[in-house]
Design a protein around this ligand. Structure first.
Ligand SMILES: [Fe+2]
Length: 137
């Protein structure tokens, strides 16, 4: 398990935090297949799940941003789009060439470490905004 939940990563929003935990679990599941010598099918299954769950999570988080009129929504959405494109690219590298140390290390840094940084620089601000709006209503 590469990414172990750390309270510094909490945004304080229950749904966002729960989905972030699932995302880290999905990243770990893929990275673990590498160390466990899992079959190509199993690796693809975990990568597919990571891709699907990334799409679902970003969609749900963007719905919340719209609902609470988060002012930085358009920029935040573009950041999500870029990450989704990168996960798709990583998946197609896997489909064409199979796994490699370079691929797993890209998933670790470009998806896992990326998510840690994104939570701290962006999602914690989203959650603070939602809290401030909830207090008003
Ligand atoms: Fe986000």
């Amino acid at each position: 398990m590469v990414f172990i939940w750390n309270n510094d990563w909490a945004t304080g929003h229950p749904l966002i935090d729960e989905q972030h935990k699932q995302l880290f679990a999905a990243i770990n599941a893929f990275l673990d297949t590498g160390t466990q010598g899992a079959s190509t099918d199993r690796m693809l299954e975990t990568l597919n799940f990571l891709n699907d769950y990334t799409i679902k999570h970003f969609f749900d988080e963007e719905q919340l941003q719209k609902k609470f009129q988060y002012p930085d929504y358009p920029r935040h959405r573009e950041i999500h789009e870029a990450l989704k494109a990168n996960v798709r690219a990583l998946m197609s590298i896997f489909i064409r060439h199979g796994t490699s140390l370079q691929l797993t290390s890209r998933v670790k840094t470009e998806v896992g470490d990326w998510l840690v940084a994104h939570i701290k620089s962006e999602d914690q601000r989203v959650a603070a905004h939602i809290r401030s709006k909830e207090l008003v209503h």
